[in-house]
Design a binder for this molecule. Sequence first.
Ligand code: ZN
Length: 320
Amino acid sequence: MFKIVTAFFAIILVCLPLFNKSAMAETYKVQERGTLLKIADKYRTSVDTIVNLNKLLSTQLKPGQYLETPKTYKVSEGETLYKISKEIRVTLLELLEANPTINNPDWIYPGQIINVPIKNEMIYMGDSSKKRIALTFDDGPEDTYTPQILEILREKGVKATFFVVGERVKEYPERLKQMYREGHAIGNHTWDHPHLPELTDEQMNESIQSTTAEIEKIIGFKPDLFRPPYGEIEDRQAELLTKQGYRSIMWTADTKDWSGVSAEEIVSRVKQDASPGAIVLQHNYHVEGKFETVKALPEIIDELRAQGYEFVTVPTLLGK
Ligand code: ZN
């Protein structure tokens, strides 16, 4: 028995340096008054890294909530960032992006802890280093709310992003042309808004490819942004879309505008979750009942502008 135990510990001792050397992840428990910014600073990373890694659909944290932090790597004697990038199979640029506090790639030292880049299939937040926000509108185009939203955006000089549904693109091609002509970004939101987890890969591809084809036919532009209906998508499906060159976009602030909430409530939700790099979810399609997106929009724009935010499209927000 003693021999077995000794052998067991011997193995652990031999393996320890290996574990030390490999990338380690940590779980962080959110403290009272903990904010994303404080946590990002603590781990020498960005707010968007924490949000995307943890798939957070809001910037509001709750004390006691657990967050995954970026994997880290301990620099050994004689190692350079270039060597490390080879070892963990990422590019030097990706490594530098994951470590915004390293200004010079030559200035690393043994024992230094650096962040391992994360490859996210889903994007919940854009670049959090600048005070910019992206407004997004789903489920159109149509002819009731879309013209009013476009009018407000034009008056206020705001560029937004529309995630459009293929069958409605086919029905309202002129509205799609107008969105595109007026400088808004266009993303794919499937052909008829299915629950993706219920589809086979073939059905999902068909729904997305037919929508891209319809958009391309009308405006001559092929979108690479995609938003899953209801925000529902299996990891495997998201990976498949990444391989096809799509970027799957979720959101940071949900207005819940489809649920019949008042304009005041929509504005207050956006204000609560507004944060540099945030993506705001709204809709430009609604079947029946109270829908106050149009009413809330001018106030959202004025309010966030007063706070110093700039409005950009999702592709602009994602570009570092
Ligand atoms: Zn939708």
